[in-house]
Design a protein around this ligand. Structure first.
Ligand code: AMP
Length: 214
């Protein structure tokens, strides 16, 4: 199995690009650490109960908690798939854990693709973000609107705004990104795995550039 890491700030479009590519290519699998955690919170599992407070505050959940979830998905993914890993790793300790997990399961980390988006654009993007609680499809009120306002195109459920998408929490999440996640750019550059693409513009074009870069 191959692993492609998506790097970029919250709201840079990692989830949108990865879910689009996975829908269009049967050998690509989108794995979002945020979705795994939100699923655990919704189910009320022990991990979900532990993660909830951190997530609502815009802080990172403990490394071991999320690493275990990602490790389980890596273990159950079949050999000829390429995993698009969105939201993990979020710091250098998690990147080291991922390197170990990949090695132990015979997976190869192919690249880490950075979606480059300036901070001022992030606020707008997150403010307009809407998510389907049922099938996890993502929308944006102006950039990627659903056909019927407030309703998921794919499953008809009512779209929601994520609790941690409020302006104060977004500020905290961006601060966490700059302090803890940004060092991964240098980490993967040193490993010769970093690719950078422009995260602004048309989603189809970004997805196509991503596919070429990975
Ligand atoms: P996301 O959907 O990727 O923006 O993640 C939402 C929230 O889940 C983050 O603000 C963190 O609280 C938590 N989270 C997601 N991925 C990780 C990770 N790799 N390490 C720690 N916390 C994470």
């Amino acid at each position: 199995m191959n692993i492609v890491i998506l790097l970029g700030a919250p709201g840079s479009g990692k989830g949108t690009v990865a879910s689009r590519l996975a829908a269009e290519n049967s050998n690509l699998k989108h794995v979002s650490s945020g979705d795994l955690l939100r699923g655990a919170v919704a189910k009320g599992t022990a991990a979900g109960v532990e993660a909830k407070e951190y997530m609502e505050a815009g802080k990172l959940v403990p490394d071991t908690l999320i690493a275990k979830m990602i490790g389980d998905v890596v273990a159950e993914t079949v050999g000829d798939m390429t995993m698009l890993l969105d939201g993990f790793p979020r710091n250098v300790a998690q990147a080291d854990i991922l390197a170990e997990t990949a090695k132990a399961s015979g997976a190869t980390i192919k690249s880490a693709v950075l979606l480059d988006v300036p901070d001022e654009v992030i606020f707008d993007r997150i403010a307009g973000r809407r998510t389907c609680p049922k099938c996890k499809a993502g929308y944006h009120v102006t950039n990627l609107p659903p056909k019927v306002e407030g309703i998921c195109d794919q499953c008809g459920a009512e779209l929601t705004i994520r609790k941690d998408d409020n302006p104060d929490t977004v500020k905290d999440r961006l601060a966490v990104y700059h302090a803890q996640t940004e060092p991964l750019i240098e980490y993967y550059e040193k490993a010769g795995l970093l690719r950078k693409i422009n995260g602004l513009g048309d989603t189809a074009e970004i997805a196509s550039n991503f596919l070429s870069a990975m």
